[in-house]
Design a protein around this ligand. Structure first.
Ligand code: ADP
Ligand code: MG
Length: 257
């Protein structure tokens, strides 16, 4: 059974076709990263999988049609860190992370000891315990990004969608967050579907890359088959050199002659 099975996915927004028939399968425990130029439809693809945008075609999550999952069930199955999460004014980190437990808290009910325990554990994992009472808005970019991730992890869903999770981070925090996600993937079998702009980093962390351009998949496979000078020239209009790194290909932009 696949974690994600997408077939013939089409999304139309504002009278424009944004995704034009995408097929994509992600195995449980796999890390797949979607790359592609600005406006290719990467965020839209994650939104469709996360149930945040209307689509036609089919999306199955762990063998069940996504449309057949009820809201709570859906939220227990897939957790998303969107590209630019809204930072609720004045909200403390612990309360923000507790929002991740919403799908487990009964309507009109309160959080249980189990919910609070899950939040405490996630805060500890992400080195956020010392920030628990601080307003989210007062955290640095890197700390805040960890809080966004914490909220998603507190949701306890087996599928994690990450839309450019490290774009706002310096190179050190970028590595820290990605290593952490990878560790959690190893420990609890998380499946990760991400989008990323940094192609070298995308290739180092993903089992498989999917290159999206103009709303369609134009290449997909292990990083070394997708990160080629030809494909990147064709679809990004970029001149790059691809060199061998320890963990896969590294993409270096070079100035056009
Ligand atoms: P990416 O994440 O690859 O940069 P997006 O999925 O955000 O791309 O957007 C793909 C295209 O869809 C863009 O051209 C964008 O302008 C368009 N788009 C996204 N959301 C909407 C919307 N709500 N209405 C109209 N067009 C949209
Ligand atoms: Mg995007």
């Amino acid at each position: 059974m696949s974690a994600v099975e997408i077939s013939g996915l089409r999304v139309e927004l504002g009278g424009k076709e944004i995704l034009a028939g995408v097929d994509l399968t992600v195995a449980p425990g796999e890390w797949v990263t979607i790359i592609g130029p600005n406006g290719a439809g990467k965020s839209t693809l994650l939104r469709a999988v996360g149930g945040r945008v209307p689509y036609t075609g089919s999306i199955s999550l762990f063998g069940t049609g996504a449309g057949r999952l009820r809201r709570r069930e859906h939220a227990r199955t897939v957790a998303t860190v969107v590209q630019s999460p809204i930072v609720p004014a004045g909200m403390a980190v612990i309360d923000y992370v507790l929002l991740g437990r919403t799908p487990y808290i009964p309507a009109l009910g309160r959080e249980s000891a189990g919910d609070l325990g899950a939040v405490a554990e996630v805060l500890d994992r992400l080195d956020l315990t010392g920030f628990a009472e601080r307003p989210l808005a007062t955290l640095s970019g890197g700390e805040r990004q960890r809080a966004f991730l914490a909220r998603a992890l507190a949701q306890g869903a087996p599928l994690l969608l990450l839309d450019e999770p490290t774009s706002a981070l310096d190179i050190g925090h970028q590595q820290e967050v990605l290593e952490l996600v990878d560790r959690l993937r190893g420990e609890s079998g998380l499946t990760v579907l991400a989008t990323m702009h940094d192609l070298s980093v995308a290739g180092e962390y993903a089992d498989r890359l999917v290159l999206l351009a103009g709303g369609a998949v134009v290449a997909s496979g292990p990083p070394r088959t997708v990160l080629t000078e030809e494909l990147l020239a064709t679809h990004y209009g970029a001149r790059v050199r691809v060199i061998d790194g320890d963990q896969g290909p590294l993409v270096v932009p070079v100035r056009p002659r």
